[in-house]
Design a protein around this ligand. Structure first.
Ligand code: SF4
Ligand code: SF4
Ligand code: SF4
Ligand code: FES
Length: 989
């Protein structure tokens, strides 16, 4: 018999009652699911069986065994409470308690979810048989975000398992052979000086207070902020009364304290505000203090986060938040009331509309804002002002990938889910520093590669972490991806390695496409890319042999003059090899911002109404016009690149921009800033007084994600709700309220009381989201679009057909143009640029996180050891980088992540923005700037400073890879024995 999901179901007996379970389902899960109780400390469903604590001992068919490591089987007879099992459980837990001081009432972890506390209660432990033994180590609180207390560490190894096999940073281990085992960072370093990337996995899964977020310490409990000496005195008192009173009475006191906490600690589900992975988690707060970020149920991330999502929230309570509207007066700004600011905006924009027409006004929405806010922004532009001049920052990154997918398969989104990436036989990563830009997706690839034999091929200019881990790392010449991709695809077709049955059944345009591949020979590809023919042939063979393949790509592909074409080439390759329509296959352009997918999905695009419905389709327009009761503009509007040109030309006179640091993150920043200076009227809405605010006439104070309700759509097209954690900081407002305020000062009469009403309107007008509702997205529920009216969604696209009228995909012929702005005698170095793990985008949010700033304080330019020697510089040497468009002064970091005459500069600095150097060249199809096609001249300056990356940065650490916690080493200790045997001897006497 199978269950609804197709798993085989078996029958077994648990404590005398017949039960159903899935074949091989861990007994610990079966027992919990049927409402039974079984102690367990080291087991965590997302980590699997670690087998270090032994507290889950049960009898199976008369033999003692660990319930976490035993799978259900037909006919099994399980006893959870036999004399032997109970004795084993108690003995095992006694050993746990010898490693942990129980002082729950004054412990910040006394929140109802402490495994040690709960197991003490469950097993009704009154007295410890094995006394607590302090470990001969100091507390390590060197890391800014969390601390480790060896005396509280029960050596369960959950943290090690999480670090080694989930995050796969491979920092943690336990020295099982030592007389006093403990958790080690890099085999014995301090946390701060180790390779730890502060992702927080270990802290999240620690079952007790051994690893704790520093933001919890002294804040979570009523008595936990006491001075250390007082605290120690109280702990001594508790320990003193334990022999007489037993733990039962002591635990009652701590449970009373825990009950009191329940009234003041709020746990609110939200979605990360940083990258497009879409991590969701509970945020624990006490008033406006963030106690911790607790990931567990997120459909995209489970227990995972990166440092930004786990610890990067200081900005929310930063003292320099904007808390009042500002109106320009000459060179300065004065505070204004909301009514005055919004009235001025309506008056000035109306006047410009009257004198120059609605198309003299441009709107830039934000990929940091919610779907509902993006929808309202484009509704304001179209329905209230009357222009299609509305865009968002996907233009800077994602638009070419979307174009490539529109051309070939029909939907502009990842074709599957993160689980498909995990399942793939082969993952190809092209132009994506996944471990730093999409860290949690990277963990899934790293884990599948480490544990499940997944193959990994990486094409990149830099030898970043994924490149170092890859089975094959290839460094093509900058901007040559289109060429080698086409050549590999041609090779597959020419050598009978294409998936012909798939092509015949599902793909149009093969003949014309094959003809277009004529120039793309392996020899020519080798000349253009610099990669040997044999290497490219090896890649082709790996692709052909793979049972399933996912391709992941990002800005290294899209931010080129042929970004759309290269994205198309990737999709063509997937089609030729039949790598669509099945689990473990597909195209994964990794979306950058938390809601960059949703901003475009919801219509902040010059050519599309929400759901990619074309503005020039009368049927579509008619539907929106009937609902909005207006006439809509028919001509496609300007994208943000065209808006900048139009300002310079005098065609665009006013702009309303929300949540984008456009003066820094757009390429050729000097040109963009010069444009902003020419605007007659400029409104900027942001959380902080950004660099872009300097050019504004009116600045409006917005609230960040933690202060609003709404939805975000992540890279896997996953729509998730975020719930308001805090009230908006006094003086600021959520963007949706501000946009509504602006609309109503134009007389629009909008009456939205809550974002759910906006979503209902979106669903009613947009087939792509027909079945989306807040109810269907409650809590951790999510939907991956398209969402049909009945609420069903499509985690894997194209399972039945492609998104074209005949259901077939289209091979799209391409020609080679080649990159612009190539190095020459004057500008002799290629400048690559992109993200860093710790910071996000220009850094306006992450530089306000003290711990992140401590670890990664500044930007830099990466210089190869060879170039450093050639130019006589070292880490810390100041250099001036001069491009055809501008210059910056920046410190050098010498590293072998880059080679030869290639430089890399993170984009994360508003003080030293790399975009002073980038050009106005763009991808022909989408106008996405060719950020990655930049050449510079480097002038070595006489000043030499500190290395821009401090020694405490994780990049200087030395990981210690191993296969999880390696419990077998514990079992080999001379003092280890299976629990239960000693008590049985006593019982038998
Ligand atoms: S990298 Fe650091 S924070 Fe992340 S799991 Fe490993 S030790 Fe913990
Ligand atoms: S620090 Fe690690 S080994 Fe120690 S109790 Fe916490 S999760 Fe277990
Ligand atoms: S930044 Fe991305 S990977 Fe990190 S926690 Fe947020 S969503 Fe997850
Ligand atoms: S829960 Fe089974 S050994 Fe720890």
């Amino acid at each position: 018999m199978d269950d609804q999901e197709g798993h085989a179901v078996v029958q077994l007996t648990i404590d005398g009652i017949a039960r159903d379970a899935r074949q091989d389902e861990p007994l610990v899960d079966v027992i919990t699911r049927i409402g039974g109780t079984i102690p367990h400390v080291c087991y965590h469903p997302q980590l699997g069986a670690i087998q270090t604590c032994d507290t889950c001992m049960v009898e199976v068919n008369g033999q003692l065994t660990r319930a976490c490591a035993t799978g259900a089987a037909a006919g099994m007879v399980v006893s959870t409470a036999s004399v032997r099992a109970s004795a084993a459980q108690v003995e095992a837990f006694d050993r746990i308690l010898s490693n942990h001081l129980l002082y729950c009432t004054v412990c910040d972890n006394n929140n109802g979810n402490c495994a040690v506390h709960n197991t003490t209660k469950l097993l009704a432990i009154d007295h410890q048989r094995i006394p607590f033994q302090s470990k001969p180590y100091e507390v390590d609180d060197s890391n800014p975000f969390y601390r480790y207390d060896p005396d509280q560490c029960v050596l369960c190894g959950r943290c090690v398992e999480a670090c080694q096999n989930v995050e796969v940073n491979e920092t943690l281990s336990i020295n099982w052979e030592d007389p006093h085992p403990r958790v080690l960072w890099d085999g014995g370093s301090t946390i701060q000086e180790s390779s730890c990337v502060s992702c927080g996995h270990c802290v999240t899964v620690c079952p007790c207070n051994a690893l704790m977020e520093k933001s919890m310490l002294g804040h979570a409990g009523f008595l936990t902020s006491l001075k250390k000496s007082t605290l120690k005195g109280m702990i001594d008192v508790v320990k003193g009364i334990e022999p007489e009173m037993g733990y039962g009475a002591i635990l009652q006191v701590s449970e009373g304290e825990h009950a009191m906490r329940e009234h003041r600690i709020r746990r609110t589900k939200t979605v990360c505000t940083y990258c497009g992975v879409g991590c969701s988690f509970d945020i624990w707060t006490k008033d406006r203090h963030i106690l911790k970020v607790a990931p567990e149920h997120g459909p995209a991330n489970g227990i995972s986060t990166c440092v930004k999502g786990k610890f990067g929230w200081d900005f929310v309570n930063s003292p320099d938040r904007l808390t009042t509207p500002l109106i320009r007066e000459g060179e300065t700004f004065r505070p204004a009331s909301w009514d005055e600011a919004l009235s001025l905006i309506a008056k000035r924009l109306s006047a410009i509309k009257a004198s120059s027409g609605p198309d003299a006004i441009g709107f830039i929405s934000s990929s940091k804002c919610t779907n509902e806010e993006s929808y309202l922004m484009q509704k304001l532009a179209r329905a209230v002002v009357g222009t299609n001049n509305v865009d968002n920052c996907s233009r800077y990154c994602q638009a070419p990938a979307t174009m490539g997918l529109f051309r070939t398969v029909g939907y502009g989104g990842d074709s599957g889910s993160i689980t498909d990436i995990e399942q793939a036989d082969l993952v190809l990563i092209i132009g994506s520093n996944t471990a730093e830009s999409h860290p949690v997706i990277a963990t899934r690839v790293k884990s599948a590669h480490k544990l499940d034999g997944q193959k990994l091929i990486v094409f990149d200019l830099r030898e970043h972490e994924m490149a170092r881990r890859a089975d094959l790392f290839l460094h093509p010449n900058p901007g040559s991806d289109l060429f080698w991709l086409n050549a590999v695809t041609r090779y597959l077709l020419d050598h009978g390695l294409a998936h012909t049955a798939f092509l015949e059944q599902w793909v149009n345009g093969l003949d014309e496409y094959r003809k277009s591949l004529e120039p793309f020979t392996m020899d020519e590809a080798s000349r253009v890319s610099g990669l040997p023919v044999e290497t490219l042939e090896t890649v082709a063979r790996h692709i052909a042999e793979a049972k399933s393949m996912c391709v992941l790509w990002a800005m290294g592909v899209t931010q080129h003059t042929q970004g759309s074409d290269t994205s198309t080439a990737i999709s063509n390759l997937l089609l030729v090899t039949g790598n669509y329509m099945r689990p473990g296959t597909g195209a994964y352009p990794l979306r950058g911002h938390n809601n960059v997918q949703g901003a475009s999905d919801h219509g902040s695009m010059p050519n599309s109404l929400p759901g990619y419905q074309s503005v020039d389709d009368p049927e579509v327009r008619g539907r929106f016009e009937a609902s909005w009761k207006v006439s809509l503009p028919t001509a496609k509007g300007l994208d943000n690149h065209q808006m900048v040109d139009a300002i310079h030309d005098g065609r665009l006179k006013a702009m309303y921009l929300i949540g984008e640091e456009m003066s820094i993150v757009d390429s050729n920043a000097n040109y963009v800033s010069a444009a902003f200076k020419k605007l007659d009227f400029f409104v900027v809405q942001d959380v902080f007084f950004s660099h872009t605010c300097q050019f504004a006439d009116v600045v409006l104070p917005a609230s960040p994600s933690l202060e609003k309700d709404g939805t975000f759509t992540s890279t896997e097209r996953r729509i998730q709700r975020l719930y308001q954690v805090f009230e908006p900081l006094e003086g600021s407002l959520p963007d949706w309220r501000i946009i509504q305020g602006v609309a109503n000062h134009f007389g629009a009469g909008w009456t939205y009381q809550h974002p759910s009403e906006v979503m209902d309107e979106i669903a009613s007008l947009t087939p792509l989201f027909a079945g989306v509702s807040y109810q269907r997205l409650e809590g951790y529920k999510s939907l991956q679009w398209p969402v049909h009216a009945d609420g069903s969604d499509e985690p894997l696209l194209y399972t039945k057909q492609f998104k074209f009228p005949d259901g077939k995909a289209r091979l799209y012929p391409l020609t080679w143009v080649g990159p612009t702005d190539q190095p020459n005698a004057e500008f002799d170095l290629h400048l690559n640029n992109g993200r860093l793990l710790e910071h996000f985008h220009e850094g306006n949010l992450t530089y306000r996180a003290a711990g992140i700033r401590e670890k990664t304080p500044d930007t830099f330019v990466e210089v190869s050891p060879a170039l450093a020697e050639e130019r006589g510089l070292q880490s810390g040497t100041w250099v001036k980088l001069i491009s055809r468009y501008g210059e910056v002064r920046v410190r050098a970091l010498v590293t072998d992540r880059v080679t030869g005459h290639e430089l890399y500069m993170p984009m994360n600095s508003s003080e030293i923005p790399v975009n002073r150097l980038t050009s106005s060249h763009t991808d022909a199809a989408t106008h996405t700037p060719a950020y990655k096609e930049t050449s510079v001249h480097m002038e070595v300056l006489p000043e030499i400073g500190e290395s821009p990356l401090p020694r405490i940065n994780s990049r200087f650490g030395h990981p210690t890879p191993q296969n999880g916690v390696e419990v077998e080493r514990k079992w080999k200790r001379p003092d280890y024995r299976i629990p239960g045997t000693q008590f049985l001897r006593i019982l038998n006497r």
